[in-house]
Design a protein around this ligand. Structure first.
Ligand code: NAD
Length: 480
């Protein structure tokens, strides 16, 4: 970026955080693997010998609430670092910092309210569930909204009593370097939280293959998820995978058009379009298609692209030149596949930096790559449809199934249509507004397993079945 605002107090170099201390990388060709070994050993020791897994839920909840307080009190610094590191607009980075605090509060409440099942077999047995933290959790996170996504894994893992090794994305390690201080101040015992910086194929891979790591919670690309799935097989780890998306927003002719336009514009251009649940394919019913496109394009052309640090900025700079090349590459492909109606290049006046104009393609055929593949930038494909059946076919005609958005004023259609979409999460007449209690995750190539609410606690715990006999048990007398 040109004339980029540089936040104060940036660390001069990034270190790992292991067993309660900041440490440098070990030297040598296999340093990432050795660093992961150190971090896992520290987490293992804290799990086997330390107080954290043995504390009352109420005590852990107090620590989690303190973490939330500290995150909130530092939200501006956090947002500055995040915006500097990722190119996210500062106002949106601030929103993400607050969501991170909320994740800790939410799981603090949940762990205290947690109840487990008990079953009675009258006169014979009482059986109950003994919930235990699973062990050492390996957390591997992507570069979009990094701090918030890290919190989405750290909060339930810690609430459950696991100890953790976090491997943040190599594009955006800065905000993660704030966790050690936050956890220490909140009273997380040494060794419970460990941080290893490094590239995915080395540090991430070593974590996935480590014998002493019981589970991997991964958020990232579907292709990486597939690789991790295979690499985790020999050590039989529990896996939670939150992967890519190409989510449809379906706008019927009876929709509240003003609201649908506000929402579908925000749904794909917020967070620079680097958003897993972006509504990046908009399907519009033919009678309103021309009007929708005209108004949508007008709005897209008006979006303020600029310096991420400027509070007026709506779309900032993409995270990295590599990703910039990917997104602009897709825009060039799009120009050969469909009609370009807005954007399509670099915004005027922003001659350097990873800036892309909000780009709208219309009349996009479902066979187009820009319809099928995740671009993960400020690029949207708009396609008309003539019937509910056609809309459903188009909505489901991709390998992904993360989110979907349906716009209609017909309540019956909204439910029936929404329920038939292959998507882990559907919003009716809304963009992505999360309720932390609901399942979060995708189907098809968008993920494996659902977190959210008690599902997250279930993922980070083992549920041991305890059986107690209340009367002599009938036992066949073998060898008697
Ligand atoms: P990525 O898959 O390239 O990397 C994600 C993380 O995995 C990084 O920390 C990386 O270092 C690590 N990694 C890479 N290769 C690895 C390997 N072989 N073994 C272990 N770890 C490895 O993804 P990204 O480009 O950072 O993130 C963008 C992607 O994440 C998009 O596809 C987006 O849709 C997805 N995403 C999904 C959700 C969701 O909840 N479903 C949320 C946010 C982002």
């Amino acid at each position: 970026m040109t004339d980029q605002h540089v936040p104060q107090n940036l660390p001069k170099r990034l270190q790992h955080f292991v067993a309660g201390e900041f440490v440098d990388s070990l030297d040598g060709a296999t340093f990432d693997v050795l660093d992961v070994d150190r971090a896992v050993a520290s987490a293992r020791k804290a799990f086997d010998e330390g107080p954290w897994p043995r504390m009352l839920p109420r005590e852990r909840a107090r620590v989690l609430n303190r973490i939330a307080d500290i995150v909130e009190s530092r939200d501006e610094r956090l947002a500055e670092w995040e915006s500097f590191d990722s190119g996210l607009p500062i106002t949106q980075a601030l929103g993400q910092a607050r969501r991170a605090a909320e994740n800790f509060r939410f799981f603090a409440d949940l762990i205290v309210a947690q109840a487990d099942d008990t079953y009675k077999v009258p006169g014979k047995q009482v059986n109950y569930v003994n919930r235990k933290p699973k062990g050492v959790a390996g957390l591997i996170t992507p570069w979009n909204t990094p701090f918030m996504l890290e919190s989405w894994k750290l909060a339930p893992a810690l609430a459950s009593g696991c100890t953790v090794v976090l491997k943040p994305a190599e594009f955006t390690p800065l905000s993660a370097s704030l966790w050690p201080e936050i956890f220490r101040e909140a009273g997380v015992p040494d060794g419970v939280f460990n941080l290893v910086n490094g590239i995915g194929e080395e540090a991430g891979d070593a974590l996935v293959k480590h014998e002493d790591v019981q589970l991997i919670s991964f958020t990232g690309e579907s292709a990486t998820g597939q690789l991790i799935f295979a690499n985790a097989a020999p050590t039989l780890k529990a896996l939670s995978m939150e992967l890519g998306g190409k989510s449809p927003a379906v706008v019927f002719a009876d929709a509240d058009l003003d609201a649908a336009i506000d929402s579908t514009v925000f749904g794909v251009f917020s967070l620079n379009g680097e958003r897993c649940t972006a509504g990046s394919r908009i399907l519009v019913e033919r009678p309103i298609y021309d009007e929708f496109v005209r108004r949508y394009v007008e709005r897209a052309k008006n979006i303020k692209v600029g310096d991420p640090h400027d509070p007026a900025t709506e779309v900032g700079a993409l995270v990295h030149p590599e990703h910039y090349a990917k997104v602009t590459g897709y825009i060039e492909i799009g120009k050969t596949e469909a009609k370009l109606a807005a954007g399509g290049g670099r915004p005027e006046g922003l001659e350097s930096g990873n800036y892309v104009q909000p780009t709208v393609f219309v009349d996009v055929p479902p066979t187009a790559r820009i319809f099928q593949e995740e671009i993960f930038g400020p690029v949207v494909a708009i396609t008309p449809f003539d019937s509910d059946e056609e809309a459903l076919e188009l909505a489901n005609d991709v390998k992904y199934g993360l989110a979907a958005y349906v716009w209609t004023s017909d309540l019956e259609r909204a439910h029936n249509f929404g329920q038939r979409i292959d998507a882990g999460m559907v919003w009716l007449n809304s963009h992505n507004v999360r309720d932390l209690r609901t399942p979060f995750g995708g189907v098809k190539a968008s993920g494996l397993g659902h977190e959210g609410g008690y599902r997250s606690l279930d993922f980070y715990s083992d549920q041991q079945a305890m059986h107690i006999s209340l009367a002599p048990v009938h036992t066949p007398k073998f060898g008697a």
